[in-house]
Design a protein. Structure first.
Length: 202
């Protein structure tokens, strides 16, 4: 079991609940893309974003580590007659196969150590077509998640995070406080988060 998988299971357990509707930044980005774009959803889990993107006419590849959640995505997409290429692999070991108009990675990087998170960012940027977008959300070093899991994951400063795309065009940026979907250790944790949509120069 990878460190990222172990941390994820400690945080969320083996829950079968879905995470709710797509994040607003994903909805916004989906409408920035032209119809029938190729998109990659990293850390797709049960597919709240993959399903939304496929339902809005995009060609979706969903990737996550092997587990029950990604299997449920496969089943739900088939039941909904949505064409989603579901892949169970570790992109740190196998890389990203193909090039995409949009790459989505929401609340995934926090579960990796910093060196692995930065490698994933490099992979995302390299796998994005010129003129394509990256859509990223993550928790910063301010809040309950950071206090509880700082030694196990990656929680950068807001400005530090933006700088990883300083050679791209920032199309949209927002910050907010978000509360965990599930109760953790008897309560819900709040953390300050940053959300970015960036475009790779042509």
């Amino acid at each position: 079991m990878s460190n990222a998988t172990a941390l994820y299971k400690r945080v969320y357990g083996e829950t079968t609940k879905r995470f709710g509707p797509p994040l607003p930044i994903v909805v916004k980005a989906a409408h920035m893309l032209k119809p029938n774009c190729s998109v990659l959803d990293i850390g797709a889990n049960e597919g709240r974003h993959s399903l939304y993107l496929a339902a809005h006419g995009h060609r979706v590849t969903a990737v996550d580590l092997p587990g029950d959640a990604i299997q449920r995505l496969r089943k739900v997409s088939e039941e909904a007659n949505l064409v989603i290429q579901v892949m169970q692999n570790d992109i740190l070991k196998q890389g990203i196969d193909g090039r995409f108009h949009g790459i989505f990675c929401t609340f995934v990087l926090n579960f990796f150590k910093s060196s692995d998170a930065l490698e994933i960012i490099d992979l995302m940027k390299s796998a994005t077509l010129h003129g394509g977008i990256n859509v990223v959300s993550l928790m910063t070093n301010n809040g309950g998640f950071y206090k509880q899991y700082a030694e196990e994951g990656w929680y950068p400063e807001q400005r530090e995070f933006r700088n990883f795309w300083n050679d791209w065009n920032i199309l949209f940026s927002m910050q907010d406080w978000r509360t965990s979907v599930f109760r953790l250790n008897g309560g819900r944790l709040r953390n300050y988060c940053v959300h970015l949509i960036t475009r790779k120069p042509n």
